[in-house]
Design a binder for this molecule. Structure first.
Ligand SMILES: Cc1cc2nc3c(=O)[nH]c(=O)nc-3n(C[C@H](O)[C@H](O)[C@H](O)COP(=O)(O)OP(=O)(O)OC[C@H]3O[C@@H](n4cnc5c(N)ncnc54)[C@H](O)[C@@H]3O)c2cc1C
Length: 489
């Protein structure tokens, strides 16, 4: 198979780029589960942009840099914020119906923002964006969508990318493309506690590194302060906008504790709130309390959270919500420039899998959908068809069934890695333990995994998980001092 553009991933960045690319050539979009399965579909809070009369580019940039502990790439931040307003209006033009009041966009606040600048749709903004983008992409005759198509490896020669090997219907296919786009999202599933759905196993980063791409800032993993404490996969997120609308954090004694810890109290940057909750949890459960708000308001403003928690026996208009931090967002990733270009020719990357530098050491809430959108809005430059395809000979690996002994073993190792990563690379990190315990233990697992010669989606995901985890542990060990969401004990 051949396409002008091979896009791997069907979240906001893959779908949005597909809409632009389809105007220039033939697009194949592969996605490893159903098209809807993505982190994007889980996003609750909203998308940040300069939209209010009292706000401006400089203020949004300032908040982004402050949250990122000034580790950000200022040029990339400025680029993203300058294009933020038009990105929101593009979504509106495509059909996304953000909340409005008297004809104006209704805006909310989240942690680290000094202005109301988050456009939203109830508490299911991502789902609305994802559904609209899917609808628009499906309307394009130039886009062929392949679901349950797992990208195993990039096809490269030297420093050029020619496409990817895809597992689909128990076969390995080579899909060649003039340009290949990684839009594979995050890595939350390498941790045992995460808000990310099962697709988030870091495949794009693992593939890119194997192909020779540069990776940066991968130790900066944002832990969301408020996931529902009930153990589910993924953990259900209680959006930061709940705090934005006035929810208080209280400890087991019913005492509000953020008032004494940060001037922005419950709306302090996420890393600080997550760490404080983590510490408080040592003395008993921690709760989010929004019960002072009227039931009608809560039902209308947070329909998903209201009904989901009700199904677990929690009435947020009366009860406090037990919460815990959970792995949520990867700030770093594959290094790209402002046009999404990686250091491999004809390989691009967009969205959470990248390190554009906008988030620095910690992401400002709701800047991630914005980053994914702004960067994937890059107008596709003139197509340069590849000429060297014929000279490539590519080995196809042997596949093993999903119930094979090797697959079961890989699944067991994946659980071990998730537990190890939560223990050693979670909210608080200790360099001695990283060096003497975490890295040797992970290397042993990697060694055992390397004995599995055949592959399939589960095995490949586990190997990717292990590879990315090792990158994270090594990067965390290298960074001696606390910065942003990397906290060293
Ligand atoms: C619970 C939750 C709430 C959030 N809330 C917000 C919010 O309010 N505001 C905000 O700005 N951000 C939020 N985020 C973060 C934001 O949703 C993500 O950063 C963003 O959606 C990432 O988009 P993406 O296109 O890069 O990746 P994704 O949306 O994750 O899409 C990745 C795609 O790649 C596919 N894929 C991965 N590997 C492979 C492979 N090997 N082969 C084929 N396909 C593959 C996946 O199946 C998926 O379709 C939230 C995240 C979560 C989990």
């Amino acid at each position: 198979m051949h396409a002008n553009f091979l896009i791997i991933g069907s979240g906001i960045s893959g779908l949005n780029f597909a809409l632009h690319a389809a105007k220039k050539g033939k697009v194949i979009l592969v996605t490893k589960k159903k098209i809807i399965d993505s982190n994007t579909n889980f996003a609750q809070g909203g998308i940040a942009a300069v939209l209010d009369k009292t706000d401006n580019t400089e203020k949004h940039i300032k908040d982004t840099l402050q949250a990122g502990d000034y580790h950000n790439n200022k040029r990339a931040v400025r680029f993203m914020v300058r294009h933020s307003t038009e990105a929101i209006y593009r979504l509106i033009d495509l059909g996304v119906e953000f909340e409005k009041e008297e004809g104006e966009l209704k805006l909310t606040r989240e942690g680290g923002h000094h202005k109301r600048r988050i456009a939203y749709v109830g508490d299911y903004t991502g789902q609305e964006i994802e559904n609209i983008l899917i609808k628009r992409v499906k309307e394009h005759l130039n886009v062929k969508i392949l679901e349950n198509a797992f990208a195993l490896n990039l096809i490269t020669k030297g420093k050029t990318c020619f496409g990817a090997q895809i597992i689909r219907k128990n076969k390995v296919n080579n899909i060649f493309a003039d340009q290949t786009i990684l839009a594979t999202g995050g890595i939350g599933q390498i941790f045992s506690n995460t808000t990310n759905p099962v697709i988030a196993t870091g495949d794009g980063i693992a593939m890119a590194v194997r192909a020779g791409c540069k990776v940066q800032d991968i130790e900066f993993i944002q832990f969301h302060p408020s996931a529902f404490a009930k153990k589910t996969t993924p953990r259900f997120l209680i959006s930061e906008t709940v705090r934005g609308e006035g929810a208080k954090l209280v400890n087991s004694k019913g005492k509000r504790f953020m008032t004494s810890r940060h001037p922005l109290k419950e709306l302090a940057p996420r890393s600080i709130v997550a760490k404080e909750i983590f510490e408080e949890l040592k003395n008993g459960p921690v709760f989010l309390d929004i019960s002072h708000k009227k039931r009608e308001f809560l039902k209308k403003r947070f329909p998903k959270i209201y009904s989901k928690l009700k199904s677990y026996g929690i009435d947020i208009a009366k009860d406090k919500i037990p919460i815990t931090p959970a792995a949520h967002y990867l700030c770093g990733g594959i290094v790209t420039d402002l046009s999404g270009q990686t250091n491999l020719k004809n390989l691009f990357a967009f969205g959470e899998t990248t390190c554009t530098g906008v988030h620095g050491a910690n992401r400002l809430a709701s800047n991630s959908l914005l980053e994914a959108l702004v960067f994937s809005n890059q107008i596709v430059k003139k197509l340069q068809p590849q000429t060297k395809l014929k000279v490539l000979t590519i080995d196809r690996p042997n596949l093993t069934p999903s119930n094979s002994k090797e697959t079961k073993l890989a699944k067991k190792f994946r659980k071990e890695i998730q537990t190890l990563m939560w223990q050693y690379a979670g909210i608080i990190r200790n360099r001695k333990k990283l060096k003497n315990e975490a890295i040797p233990k992970l290397k042993k697992i990697i060694q055992e995994l390397s004995q599995i010669k055949s592959t399939n989606k589960d095995i490949a995901e586990t190997k990717n998980t292990a590879q990315v985890s090792l990158l994270i542990l090594k990067a965390a060990l290298k960074r001696r001092k606390s910065l942003g969401c990397h906290y060293v004990e």
